[in-house]
Ligand binder design. Structure first.
Ligand SMILES: Nc1ncnc2c1ncn2[C@@H]1O[C@H](COP(=O)(O)OP(=O)(O)OP(=O)(O)O)[C@@H](O)[C@H]1O
Ligand SMILES: [Mg+2]
Length: 365
C-alpha cells in the first residue's frame, strides 16, 4: 500500500490522546480538532509534549490511549507510510550533497513517480526557495507536520521564512501543523494556536483571542507579557465585576473573568496601561500612588517599571508617538486603562507560571 491508499481528507481530530513512558505522561488526555486547510500551531515550552503529539499524528509513536481521525477515517493504528501525512522534523537537515531540485525530487523518486522534473519545477515555481517545505508538499499530503523547522536559523532569516511558509500554506491550502516554542512565530503564522503545558492544552484560539483574553496565568505569561494584580471581587455593576486591588476599585467585564470565586488576579497587558502625571485628567480604571522605578527607552516605545503602593512593580509600554516628555525615575504617577482590556484569572493561580523569568537568574543579580 502507498499513501494514496488512504485518501482521507478533512479535519484532523485527536480524541483523548495520551502517551506515557513508564510512569511519565508526556501527553495527557489531549483532545483537539484541527480544521482542514488551517495553519495550526502547537506552542509550548521545551518538554511539554509537542514532538510526542506530532509523532503520534505521523504514526511514529503509538498512543497509549486515545484515537486519531482524519475526516471520518480512523488512522490511530495506520502505518506511518500509509498516512497522507508528511513531516518536516526538528533540526531538519537537507541532504547537503544534493541540489535544492534533487532534494525536492528525492521524495518523488523514492516513490517511483515518473514525471519528476515537471512536478518539481511546478513546485519550485510556486515556492521559490523554502525547499524543505516544498519537498514535503510535492506529493500533496493531506497534512504537513512541521517540528520547529526554523529552529536553527538566525532571527532575520527566520522571520523571512515564517512569511514564506505562511504564504505557501495559503497557496496550496494544505493543513499545516506547526510545532514551536516561539510565541511570536506562532502568532505570526498560525490561524489557530493551541498552547500546551505539561502534556495538556491550556487554551486554544486565534492569536488575538489568546492574547486579549488569556484564561490562565500560564497563557497570560507565555504569550506576551502580563501584569497580574491580586485582588478580590467586591461587587457587581451590570455586566462588570467591581474588583478591589489593594484598596483601589477597578472594573472587569464578567465575561472576561475566569475566576471561580471572589479571589482573583486582574490581568492587564503592559501596552494597555497609560501613565499620567498627578493632576492630569484620566478616565477608565485608575490606580494611584505609583512611582517610576525604571525607564528603558527602546525607540518605538519606552518601557517603564512602576512601583505601586503595595510593593508590586508594574510593566508599562508606551508608544513614543505623542510628544509627551518621558517620565523620569522617581516621579509619582497614576496608571489608567480602558476597563475592557482587563482580564480575570483565578486567585489561586501561580502568577509566575509560564513567565520566562528564571528564579536562578534573579538570585544572581
Ligand atoms: N522515548 C521517550 N522515553 C521517555 N521519555 C520521553 C520519550 N520521548 C519523549 N519523552 C519525554 O516526554 C516529554 C515530552 O517530550 P517532547 O519531545 O514531546 O517535548 P517537546 O515539547 O517537543 O520539547 P522541545 O521543545 O524541547 O522539543 C519530555 O519530558 C521528554 O523527556
Ligand atoms: Mg520537540
Amino acid at each position: 500500500m502507498t499513501k494514496e491508499s488512504i485518501s482521507a481528507k478533512g479535519d484532523l481530530r485527536l480524541t483523548r490522546l495520551s502517551k506515557s513512558y513508564g510512569d511519565f505522561t508526556a501527553v495527557d488526555d489531549l483532545s483537539l480538532v484541527i480544521p482542514e486547510g488551517s495553519f495550526f500551531a502547537l506552542l509550548g515550552p521545551s518538554g511539554c509534549g509537542k514532538t510526542t503529539t506530532l509523532r503520534m499524528i505521523a504514526g511514529l509513536e503509538e498512543p497509549t490511549v486515545g484515537s486519531i481521525h482524519l475526516g471520518t477515517t480512523d488512522i490511530t493504528t495506520t502505518k506511518p507510510y500509509q498516512r497522507p501525512i508528511n513531516t518536516v522534523f526538528q533540526n531538519y537537515a537537507l541532504f547537503p550533497h544534493l541540489t535544492i531540485f534533487e532534494n525536492i525530487a528525492f521524495g518523488l523518486r523514492r516513490r517511483g513517480i515518473k514525471d519528476v522534473d515537471a512536478a518539481v519545477s511546478k513546485v519550485l515555481d510556486l515556492v521559490e526557495l523554502p525547499h524543505l517545505a516544498a519537498r514535503a508538499i510535492v506529493n500533496r499530503p493531506a497534512l504537513l507536520l512541521l517540528d520547529e523547522p526554523l529552529g536553527a536559523l538566525d532571527l532575520k532569516l527566520r522571520r523571512q521564512m515564517q512569511i514564506e511558509l505562511k504564504w505557501i500554506q495559503k497557496e496550496v491550502g494544505l493543513t499545516f501543523v506547526h510545532v514551536t516554542h516561539d510565541q511570536e512565530e506562532a502568532m505570526t503564522m498560525a490561524d489557530t494556536i493551541a498552547v500546551m503545558n505539561e502534556g495538556q492544552i491550556e487554551q486554544m484560539g486565534s492569536p488575538a483571542d489568546l492574547y486579549d483574553n488569556p484564561k490562565t496565568a500560564f497563557v497570560a505569561n507565555f504569550l506576551g507579557q502580563s501584569n497580574l494584580i491580586k485582588g478580590t471581587i467586591s461587587g457587581n455593576d451590570g455586566d462588570s465585576h467591581i474588583v478591589d486591588l489593594f484598596g483601589q476599585k477597578i472594573s472587569l467585564q464578567k465575561n472576561r473573568s475566569h475566576a471561580n470565586d471572589q479571589f482573583i488576579y486582574a490581568g492587564i497587558r503592559p501596552e494597555k496601561f497609560r501613565i499620567s502625571r498627578l493632576g492630569t485628567p484620566t478616565s477608565g480604571n485608575i490606580l494611584t500612588g505609583g512611582h517610576i522605578e525604571d525607564v528603558s527607552y527602546i525607540g518605538v516605545s519606552t518601557q517603564y517599571q512602576v512601583e505601586m503602593p503595595w510593593g508590586q512593580e508594574l510593566m508599562v509600554f508606551e508608544q513614543n508617538d505623542d510628544g509627551v516628555a518621558p517620565f523620569s525615575k522617581g516621579e509619582e504617577v497614576n496608571i489608567s486603562w480602558e476597563p475592557i482590556f482587563t482580564f480575570g484569572l483565578r486567585g489561586d493561580e501561580d502568577a509566575t507560571a509560564g513567565s520566562e523569568v528564571n528564579p536562578e537568574e534573579l538570585d544572581e543579580e
